[in-house]
Design a protein around this ligand. Structure first.
Ligand SMILES: Cc1cc2nc3c(=O)[nH]c(=O)nc-3n(C[C@H](O)[C@H](O)[C@H](O)COP(=O)(O)O)c2cc1C
Ligand SMILES: *[C@@H]1O[C@H](CO)[C@@H](O)[C@H](O)[C@H]1NC(C)=O
Ligand SMILES: *[C@@H]1O[C@H](CO)[C@@H](O)[C@H](O)[C@H]1NC(C)=O
Ligand SMILES: *[C@@H]1O[C@H](CO)[C@@H](O)[C@H](O)[C@H]1NC(C)=O
Ligand SMILES: *[C@@H]1O[C@H](CO)[C@@H](O)[C@H](O)[C@H]1NC(C)=O
Ligand SMILES: *[C@@H]1O[C@H](CO)[C@@H](O)[C@H](O)[C@H]1NC(C)=O
Ligand SMILES: *[C@@H]1O[C@H](CO)[C@@H](O)[C@H](O)[C@H]1NC(C)=O
Length: 285
């Protein structure tokens, strides 16, 4: 039966295949390839529990536990929250780098995810045209780093591939309402970037005045029409985590409906059933 390699305690394996024999084979092959025969002799030291414990003890981040969730969006949010709480190195864990293929070729841009739900990831931008965002392929990566000392550090990344869809203006406006005053000022100024008549401080002053005179009124500021919102409907999500002292864990979720059911497909290649229409596959670290 297809089952998560991390579900039962005896087979709590960060990344190996589905059964014990396969595990050993991959394990030694990997060790031989990576660090040579001396380390292979010491291989028993590298037990799974050692690796798992090390994640927790050193940085607070835990090994991926698929018993807790097999829903990639939920896992995304868990990691995002942990990037906030377990480390001071990620002050804005919602900031990601999107990549698109536009009219001018490939481009990347840093944006802030404004909402994460089962449907996808919402963000807004002022420059949608050249990025070709409407109904297009998109990919984004977010990296979170964890550091306790020069010797104790780790990282997580998530790479998402999906399709963008424009979100209705009224919904984008709802997202704008959630912004802090400083963000609102920044977003309003950013949307005036083609205004050559006034310099930045001239444009900033009335906004500051407005806020200082009546913060409540300022909060009712509408989103400038230059901003447009998009949702990334994910098709795949790849999670990686590793620390200096451990091997990496890498796992890839795909939409079950996107995967063809034939002999070369993911399902016959060790993929397991996830939740909410997702399947997942354990990758080499
Ligand atoms: C932390 C951070 C968050 C950002 N979030 C957004 C965003 O959500 N949307 C956006 O359009 N630009 C965002 N930017 C700015 C863009 O990365 C980029 O500088 C800007 O979009 C350039 O716009 P332009 O090419 O139209 O001049 C952010 C920048 C930083 C540093
Ligand atoms: C994974 O989570 C389950 C449910 O919370 C828990 O019982 C189990 O001990 C966890 N496994 C590991 C290896 O942490
Ligand atoms: C995304 O890219 C794939 C592969 O090139 C293509 O088949 C598909 O039509 C694209 N989807 C959209 C919405 O552009
Ligand atoms: C936006 O408008 C549509 C119809 O025009 C409506 O169905 C939807 O509920 C509105 N969303 C919000 C957040 O107001
Ligand atoms: C912007 O305009 C103000 C008022 O006209 C002026 O005092 C200031 O020097 C200008 N700043 C720049 C950078 O041009
Ligand atoms: C794939 O095909 C097999 C055999 O027809 C079937 O038992 C299985 O349920 C299918 N899996 C999916 C995900 O559709
Ligand atoms: C199985 O799926 C792969 C990938 O979609 C495709 O290239 C291949 O032709 C399919 N094989 C059969 C027998 O349908």
């Amino acid at each position: 039966m297809l089952q998560s390699p991390w579900i039962s305690r005896q087979r709590v394996v960060p990344f190996w295949g589905q059964n014990v024999k396969m595990d050993r084979f991959n394990f030694y092959k990997l060790m031989t390839l990576l660090v040579g025969s001396i380390i292979v002799i010491q291989a028993p030291k590298w037990t799974n529990s050692f690796i798992m414990r090390h994640y927790k003890l050193s940085l607070g981040i835990e090994a991926i536990n698929l018993t807790q969730t097999k829903d990639p969006l939920k896992l995304f949010k868990m990691w995002r929250d942990e990037a906030n709480t377990l480390s001071t190195l990620n002050p804005r864990p919602d900031v990601v780098t999107i990549a698109t293929l536009g009219e001018d070729g490939p481009s990347t841009q840093i944006v802030m995810l404004r909402d994460i739900s089962d449907t996808g990831f919402k963000f807004y931008v002022t420059t949608p045209v050249t990025k070709n965002l409407a109904q297009n392929n998109i990919s984004f990566t977010v990296v979170w780093t964890f550091k306790k000392s020069e010797e104790t550090f780790g990282m997580r990344y998530i790479t998402v591939h999906g399709i963008t869809e424009k979100i209705p203006v009224n919904e984008t406006k709802e997202l704008f309402k959630l912004e802090t005053p400083t963000s609102k000022i920044r977003l309003i100024l950013q949307s005036q970037k083609n205004d050559k008549k006034q310099n930045l401080s001239e444009r900033l002053q009335p906004l500051l005045d407005m806020y200082n005179q009546n913060p409540k009124q300022f909060h009712k500021q509408e989103m400038p029409s230059e901003w447009s919102g998009y949702i990334i409907k994910p098709k795949t999500l790849e999670f990686f985590q590793g620390t200096k002292a451990t091997l990496g864990q890498r796992i890839k979720f795909s939409k079950k409906s996107d995967v063809k059911n034939n002999s070369t497909n993911l399902l016959s290649d060790g993929a397991c059933g996830g939740e909410k229409g997702w399947i997942f596959q354990v990758m080499e670290p």
